[in-house]
Design a protein around this ligand. Sequence first.
Ligand code: PMV
Length: 315
Amino acid sequence: MTTTTATAPGKVILFGEHAVVYGRAAIAVPVAKVKATVTLTDAPAGTGCTIAAPDIRAHVSLSGQPKDPLALAVRLALEEVGLEAEPAWQFTVRSDIPIAGGMGSGAAVSAALVNAVFAHCDLHDRAQPDRETVNRIVYAIEKLHHTNPSGIDNTVVVYRQPVWFVRGQPPQRFEIARPFHLVIADTGIASSTAAVVSDVRRAWESARLVYEEIFDGIGEIASAARRAIVSGNVDALGSLMRENQRLLRQLDVSAPELERLIAIAEEAGAAGAKLSGAGRGGNLIAVVEYKKVEAVQEALLAAGAAGTVITQVGS
Ligand code: PMV
């Protein structure tokens, strides 16, 4: 009996959420400190393929619930490796990425499942499917969760690298000339990406010119942020985050708890902070000088943040 373990990281969007759905550029980075982990063990012959995700109390059988997102990830991966008969396999999914928190937990679970299938299959001399194949499968699952995903979540989680992302184009890597630090804080409020994205869609339909202008503004901030990161001008990132958050407020995707914690982070010394992901709840990110990271983290926890993660972008 063999066991295979595969992982995929969480992610945060630094700049450009929502506008990215409408073709503007966005920047996202993986967060390796949180991850989805899948273990895949051979089970006794004839027991079929089951997927247990104890964190969300899910127990799925491949043949019993073929349309479940966990089962679909496994089925699409099996099709890719050309395995037609259902294998006797037992998957266990664990994740410490906050669920419905804007940190890519769904995409990371799908990516870890697909990676586990590929790693577990004896592909002999056939090459392992490449990242683009994994990305295509994870994007197909994302479409089950949200009707109109831009593709940014699956891309950053699968490639595990900072990405400059424009919908419909291959993701671009970019240099991080000087590393910088983020404090990520969870409001503890679960937020449905699908619901927030469809609210923005409705608002855009009723006032296209206004919304297109906001999206243009967000796209310009993402471009300025890329220039700043590539040239090592990390001091510029704080004001760009504040400006991005101002426009996200105009899209009506912020929330009182996000605003409160963003203010706390900035008062405690963050250069700037903003929501990350769909908004209305979930996580916020603050760009913070290294020597102030601990003070900002403590202030956020004292103010009631449900959890924090400190991450360095670039090495
Ligand atoms: O909340 P998350 O992590 O799923 O991020 C959503 C990002 C959006 O731009 C709001 C939607 C999308 O598909 O890009």
